[in-house]
Structure formats: structure tokens, C-alpha cells
Design a binder for this molecule. Structure first.
Ligand SMILES: Cc1cc2nc3c(=O)[nH]c(=O)nc-3n(C[C@H](O)[C@H](O)[C@H](O)COP(=O)(O)O)c2cc1C
Length: 169
């Protein structure tokens, strides 16, 4: 199965929709998820009792913290990443090159690599679109080759899986 780097951040609905609408459908499409969560996303999914169900979908550990220097890297290097749901906060930090958590570290490590596909499905309130730097953040990511799409309200998040290349699994 092809590894999919699945990175989630703390957007509304994460606690009920991340597994049901992203992780499980990705597995059904033949992907092997390497899941990395922001610390807040991890806390929300932990509080919702979702982490065991997520872990059961993949043989790879669900990550949210960095490894210790002497520990082996827990995930292989995916050639395809889905960053969804992507919060305004994490989109901005990724565009600026901030890597202050494991989720942003894995994405920042591959951003701009022509051999790696990144699809980012962001969910933000309309008020966020008025931030003067927002359009620049999206443009920076697009210039780096990221396919950036807004998750549409009322549509299942799994729609964003259609933007990934075909899994060879
Ligand atoms: C219930 C709730 C729902 C939220 N929904 C969103 C959202 O859909 N999109 C967003 O950009 N931020 C949302 N936020 C704000 C983010 O969770 C907040 O900016 C957080 O710092 C993001 O952290 P992360 O990007 O490291 O996961 C929400 C916050 C709460 C408490």
C-alpha cells in the first residue's frame, strides 16, 4: 500500500470527521496512512476517544510529538501528503516556514520538493479571509506546488481525497 502522510490540525468537526471522512476513506482507497496531528488536534481527538480508532486503521503510529534523537524515525517518507483539515493557524505557519510542532515539521521538511505531492484542504471562518496576509500565505504554498483547496461547508471532507494522485495500493 502507498503511504499517505495525513496531517490534521484543530478545525471544527475534527473530533467526529477526521477518522470517518478522511482516515478511513483513505484506507478504503488503498492508502496506508502515516498520521501526524498538531498538539491541539491530538488533544481534541484524545478527548473524543478517537485515537484508538485511528490507530486501528494503520500499522504506523499516530504521531504528534517529535521522536527523541536516539529513536528511529517512526514514519517512512511519504511521496504524497494530505494536510486536512488545515487550520488558518497552521496554513500561516507552514507558509512562513514555522515548524514548532511535529505536524508542521513533516510538512515543512518536504514543502517545495518536486518529488512530493501535497494537497492542503483548509477550513477557515470567512473572517479569516480578511487577514491581510492570508492570500499571500495561500500564494506561497501554491508557488511551492501545494494544491490548496478550501473544504466546503456541507460537503464531506472525503471530497478532498479526489485531489490526490491514484494510490498504487
Ligand atoms: C471548537 C473550535 C473550532 C475551531 N474551528 C476552527 C476551524 O474550523 N478553522 C480554523 O482555522 N480554526 C479553528 N479553530 C481555532 C483553532 O483551533 C486554533 O487557531 C488553534 O490554535 C489551531 O491550532 P493548530 O493549527 O496547531 O491545530 C477552532 C477552535 C475551536 C475551539
Amino acid at each position: 500500500m502507498t503511504v499517505l502522510g495525513l496531517v490534521g490540525s484543530a478545525c471544527g468537526g475534527l473530533d467526529t470527521r477526521f477518522r470517518a471522512e478522511l482516515a478511513a476513506p483513505a484506507v478504503a482507497r488503498g492508502w496506508r496512512p502515516a498520521i501526524t496531528l498538531t498538539p491541539t488536534a491530538h488533544r481534541w481527538l484524545d478527548a473524543a476517544g478517537e485515537l484508538d480508532g485511528l490507530a486501528a486503521l494503520t500499522d504506523l503510529p499516530v504521531r504528534s510529538v517529535s521522536r527523541l534523537p536516539r529513536e528511529p524515525r517512526p514514519h517512512p517518507d511519504p511521496a504524497v501528503f494530505l494536510f486536512a483539515p488545515a487550520s488558518a493557524n497552521s496554513i500561516a505557519k507552514l507558509a512562513l516556514g514555522i515548524a514548532d510542532n511535529q505536524a508542521l515539521t513533516v510538512l515543512g521538511d518536504v514543502l517545495g520538493d518536486p518529488g512530493v505531492t501535497i494537497v492542503a484542504g483548509y477550513q477557515v471562518q470567512d473572517s479569516r479571509l480578511r487577514h491581510p496576509a492570508w492570500c499571500r500565505h495561500l500564494a506561497v504554498l501554491a508557488e511551492a506546488g501545494v494544491r490548496v483547496e478550501r473544504l466546503e461547508y456541507g460537503k464531506p471532507w472525503s471530497a478532498v481525497l479526489d485531489l490526490l494522485p491514484a494510490s498504487t495500493g
